[in-house]
Design a protein around this ligand. Sequence first.
Ligand SMILES: Nc1ncnc2c1ncn2[C@@H]1O[C@H](COP(=O)(O)OP(=O)(O)OP(=O)(O)O)[C@@H](O)[C@H]1O
Length: 317
Amino acid sequence: MSELTFENVSVRYGTGRRALTAVEGVDLTVPAGSVVGLVGESGSGKSSLARAAVGLHPVSAGRILLDGRPLRRDGRVDGRRPLQMVFQDPYSSLDPRMTIGASIAEALPREVARGSAARRDEVARLLALVDLGAERAASYPGQLSGGQRQRVALARALAGRPEVVIADEITSALDVSIQGTVLNLVRDLQRRLRLSMLFISHDLAVVRYVADHVAVMYLGRIVEFGPAEQVLGEPRHPYTRELLAAAGRTAGAGLPAAVADAEPADPHHPPPGCRFHPRCPVGPLVHADRTVCREREPAPTGDRHRTACHFAPGGAM
Ligand SMILES: Nc1ncnc2c1ncn2[C@@H]1O[C@H](COP(=O)(O)OP(=O)(O)OP(=O)(O)O)[C@@H](O)[C@H]1O
């Protein structure tokens, strides 16, 4: 079991006037063997943080550590790739011209992949892990259903014997009727293989189901973090409360409509002070002029349940 830590991590795209900071100064820990759900509306920086962890995009500041050891820019540590990512669209990780077996075999570490018999056995073992028969090795991605393809993508990620799996919206593209089965499988594998997991989803119902801890991201910052039942049951940050209210309105159908009436956040020009202040319903109630919110960025406060809001219960003010 391994602990994944983001230490003051920033991710930037572009340069000059077009520069955009998608992730800014994020501190986040995925405790060994646990699932951290990462939520926030579209564009908040969730995928950017994930991609930085697996080396698909460089961090512009900060460090990413596995059990205290820094990951290299390409996501390796000691020559291995201990982090694997599963994406929303399994087509992005499966070559349509390769059989399922060949795709999985390609991801096997060299020491396992010696000899075709060993490879075949290992592919069959991985297929069994994701509840697919060994005969599936001969199929092509186009012959499988969306749910089966996502299982194969999962098997492929597990082929590298990861310690941490980053799941980015892995059920969002699936038919609602099979989302539950895939989620059950993921949760079961996570426990059996004692994986640590960063589970990104815009669907709070899904996150409630799989996550031990929840991190809420807004415009590149983590605004709330804590045990899932606390963050989702007794949210402290006004943004988290809005997300939950919006999810309730749409019967768990997701976040993107959250805070729909407010000004959309512009990542090119994040507001000064608290980034949420232009949309925040709480600040004006407490401080008519919202000076503190406009001028001072709130530092996270709290112990197990941390919130970055000047007026959160247990907050700085
Ligand atoms: N390769 C890129 N080049 C430039 N800007 C990018 C790039 N990738 C993401 N961005 C920008 O970075 C910000 C954060 O995007 P990111 O995809 O990380 O957010 P997200 O929370 O994962 O959203 P979604 O749920 O829509 O994937 C957005 O403003 C996005 O437009």
